[in-house]
Write a protein that binds this ligand. Structure first.
Ligand code: FAD
Length: 412
């Protein structure tokens, strides 16, 4: 977003997050996470909390700042320059916090949201199962209501924070007898008896965030830890998709911006055939393309943020959020890929961080719902809008030379 369109308060918040990204995270932390010497940077989350940067959208009495999405996307872009792992850990309180903020009881807010935003309680979202992440409603983890607890059994995989998080937001099938949309419940599950974690995955990128597999074996979850209605996780899921996808989208902007700047600076200094490579059209047009794509992605993300702030959740918002996630993450991938091309062989080495950013960017089109799933949502919601409203704009179809030829309009 152009500074000219931001308020003084928004610029201030953006600069706070920018300062944190610049000075609040050591180079060594990034290197250790990428080398998997570190599996979960708890101190990083505590440092963010100390700067009051977690859960910006949540009310001050819950430990947030009472801001809206137009602010949060600014902070997310700044944190995004740190790469996907730290951006994700920054986003998790926003994602899990959304469920507690919207559906939680006052006791849950007191017990979990407040310490989460103060950096004393770290969180993970446990949605994906080995059998699949796209088909959320096919969840096979189960809970059985027994007196004042739910007995939770099952497993989740690819969970960021599996190693390290204190609290998991878990979706599980609570009613085997009805259709999936009415069969799943959401729970806050503390790490404790019956919660076991395996470090299974060697990741291409996005390392050091404690991504692993979580087993739940006869975990006794207090009934007071149910989020929303019993069997009502459909609503929770629909709401949480907003922060899940918006955090991916806005974080992707920062990552792409960082890669673009590094490559543009390089092109301004590197010489070939006796001249700066930025003077070759093949190079400078890549920079121009990347910048244009990035500005378009940022515009989409910021407009979507404002729409969410204006109307809350709706089928239209779900479409726009999915568009923002898809477009911003595909932009990040294209921009980082071109940044590597601009830099030639050195871009492929660890002398520059482009190769790490590229490895990180690759995940973004896969997680928080793959971009194929984004397409599924986008077209589905669009058709709902298109077919449920009568057109108010000009009937352009009737402007064809031979539009009266009804007999030629054969649909079956
Ligand atoms: C490093 C990492 C971190 C992650 N962090 C988390 C986390 O913290 N919490 C969490 O819950 N999950 C997390 N995930 C999981 C991630 O969200 C899923 O991997 C993703 O949603 C896809 O699910 P899947 O891997 O099971 O693939 P599948 O669902 O098996 O999909 C495989 C392919 O089929 C396509 N496909 C599936 N259904 C359709 C359809 N209807 N139409 C078109 N194409 C379709 C998909 O787009 C994809 O290309 C993480 C994943 C990774 C790799």
């Amino acid at each position: 977003m152009s500074d000219a369109l931001l308020s003084a308060e928004q610029l201030h918040l953006r600069d706070e997050a920018r300062l944190f990204a610049r000075t609040g995270v050591s180079r060594q932390l990034l290197l250790d996470m990428d080398a998997e010497k570190l599996h979960y940077p708890r101190q990083y989350i505590q440092n963010l909390a100390a700067q009051h940067l977690l859960g910006l959208r949540f009310p001050t009495q819950s430990g947030g700042r009472g801001l809206d999405w137009s602010y949060e996307v600014l902070a997310l872009e700044e944190i995004g320059v740190l790469g996907a792992s730290l951006a994700c850990l920054y986003s998790l309180p926003s994602i899990v916090g959304e469920a507690i903020h919207i559906f939680g009881t006052s006791e849950q807010k007191e017990k979990y949201l407040l310490p989460m935003l103060a950096g004393r309680l770290t969180v993970a979202e446990a949605l994906t199962e080995p059998r699949g992440g796209s088909d959320f409603f096919g969840a096979t983890a189960t809970v059985k209501h027994e007196g004042d607890v739910y007995l939770l059994n099952g497993q989740k995989r690819f969970i960021v924070g599996a190693e390290g998080a204190d609290l998991f937001l878990v979706y599980a099938r609570s009613n085997p007898d009805v259709s999936s949309h009415k069969a799943i419940s959401a729970f806050l599950v503390e790490r404790g008896d019956g919660v076991e974690v395996q470090h299974v995955y060697g990741l291409m990128g996005t390392r050091g965030g404690g991504t692993g597999r979580v087993y739940f074996r006869n975990v006794r979850v207090p009934v007071t830890n149910l989020i929303g209605e019993e069997h009502g996780a459909y609503e929770v899921f629909n709401q949480m998709m907003i922060p899940e996808r918006m955090t991916s989208a806005a974080g992707a902007l920062g990552l792409a911006r960082a890669a673009l700047e590094i490559s543009a600076r390089y092109a301004n200094q590197r010489k070939a055939f006796g001249q700066k490579i930025r003077e070759f059209e093949g190079v400078s047009f890549k920079i121009a393309e990347s910048l244009t794509r990035l500005d378009a992605a940022r515009a989409l993300v910021h407009e979507t943020a404002r729409i969410i702030d204006a109307v809350g959740n709706s089928s239209y918002v779900r479409r726009r959020v999915s568009e923002a996630k898809k477009f911003a993450t595909e932009t990040a991938w294209a921009v980082v890929n071109d940044a590597m091309q601009v830099m030639g062989g050195i871009g492929y080495t660890n002398v520059y961080p482009i190769e790490r950013l590229l490895r990180d960017a690759r995940l973004m089109t896969i997680w928080t719902g793959t971009n194929e799933i984004m397409n599924l949502v986008i077209q589905h919601e669009y058709y709902k809008e298109l077919l449920s409203t009568s057109p108010t704009a000009r009937d352009v179809e009737a402007d064809a030379q031979n539009s009266e030829a009804e007999g030629e309009k054969v649909y079956e």
